[in-house]
Design a binder for this molecule. Structure first.
Ligand SMILES: *Cc1c(COP(=O)(O)O)cnc(C)c1O
Length: 381
């Protein structure tokens, strides 16, 4: 008898399977959009949008990404442990009490005002480190960044004149890159283009970056020195439609299984609040995935799943631990049958975008929302 692997000693209730070859292929596909030495920075924040930060980072580099970005000091520490040897950028300011830890990861930091820059300089000096700083200009997202070009340039000058700091980059973030045809994106782009030119005139080594996934596909003029792609590297559509139509391959599929099958007579109900009352005699499957796993309660009576290659309606309230599916009166599906909630089964396919639409959100929130109880499994490089 072999020893028991703790990772597989229990079978999975709900499993998010991640195809790492798809992440690598999506990075190659995105790089085809880039010209003139423009680099791909893979954004692996929030546990790689729910796909697994370490696995996503390695797969993205295998696909030609040459930089990584995260949001928190803790995420940076995870990446640093992997010793991947590529520049790492923190996309948001860290709390002053996390500065030392952030600097020790070797990540480049985001800043835009003189107080932040002094704090970073102080911490860097104490640690004897040289810290790369990317100065952010707020061109219309109104979350982080210098409000005026003058403030941003003053910040950049301060960084460049410090022995402990390196003027590494200038950047901004678009609010409406995923809304083709709007006039806000071009206005943000125009403003940043002028600012970046002035920043580079003053500090020639500085890299400029602005584009998220949507902007990469929308306008080559937004590419600059590197692009910051998250959603598209996971094969999800930045425009919330169909990733396949943009030659992106979804990396994540979500699977569970039929834990129980029972008859439900006409007039009987299923689930909390009796939000499904059957209009016919039918068979009902119970599938052990619920909002405790990240399958949103807003999907109550609104989602479909694939069982044995057929698209079937999820009926009744999504519970914390399970959902119920109407198999129809003549079903021969038995307990143990695989269930696909996101992904392909035979000729049928359910996309993350469809699930998102069914509960009035975006694909990002569906994969990020999968909880730790949903087991991640991987194949690929
Ligand atoms: C998350 C994030 C990105 C990646 O955006 P996608 O739409 O997922 O490509 C890029 N830039 C910043 C500042 C971000 O926070």
């Amino acid at each position: 008898m072999g020893s028991i692997d703790p990772k597989t000693a229990f079978s999975m209730r709900a499993e998010a399977h991640v195809d790492l070859a798809a992440i690598a292929a999506n990075c190659r596909r995105l790089r085809r959009e880039l010209t003139g030495g423009c680099e791909l920075c893979a954004v692996v924040k929030a546990d790689g949008y729910g796909h697994g930060i370490e696995q996503a980072a390695r797969a993205a580099l295998a696909g030609g990404a040459s930089r990584l970005a995260v949001v928190t000091a803790a995420e940076a520490a995870v990446i640093t442990e992997l010793e991947l040897g590529v520049p790492l950028l923190l996309l948001a300011p860290v709390r002053p009490d996390d500065l030392m830890a952030a600097i020790e990861t070797g990540a480049e930091l985001t800043a835009w005002d003189l107080v932040q820059i002094e704090q970073i300089e102080h911490a860097a000096t104490l640690l004897g480190a040289e810290v790369g700083v990317h100065v952010k200009l707020d061109t219309g997202m109104a979350r982080f960044g210098a409000k005026t070009d003058g403030q941003a340039l003053a910040a950049l000058d301060a960084v460049a004149s410090s022995d402990a700091l390196r003027a590494s980059g200038v950047w901004t973030h678009f609010a409406t890159a995923d809304e083709p045809g709007d006039d806000y994106f071009p206005a943000q782009l125009r403003r940043f283009t002028e600012f970046a030119a002035e920043a580079k005139r003053r500090h020639p080594g500085v890299l400029a970056h602005a584009a998220n996934s949507a902007a990469v596909l929308r306008d080559p003029a937004a590419h600059f020195d590197f692009v910051r792609c998250g959603i598209a590297i996971y094969g999800l559509d930045p425009f919330h439609e169909d990733a396949a139509a943009r030659e992106l391959r979804p990396a994540l599929s979500l699977r569970s299984y039929v834990a129980s099958v029972r008859p439900l007579a006409k007039g009987e109900s299923a689930g909390y609040g009796r939000r499904f009352v059957s209009e016919r005699d039918t068979l009902l499957a119970t599938v052990p995935i619920g909002y405790g796993d990240g399958w949103r309660r807003a999907l109550t009576n609104r989602a479909e799943v694939l069982i044995a290659g057929r698209r079937l309606p999820q009926r009744g309230t999504v519970s914390m631990d399970s959902i119920t599916v109407d198999l129809g009166p003549d079903s021969d599906v038995l307990a143990g049958a695989p269930v696909v909630l996101i992904g392909e089964d035979g000729a049928e396919r359910i996309t993350t975008e469809q699930v998102a639409r069914a509960c009035d959100t975006i694909n990002y929130e569906i994969t990020c929302g999968l909880t730790a109880r949903t087991v991640r499994s991987y194949d690929g490089p």
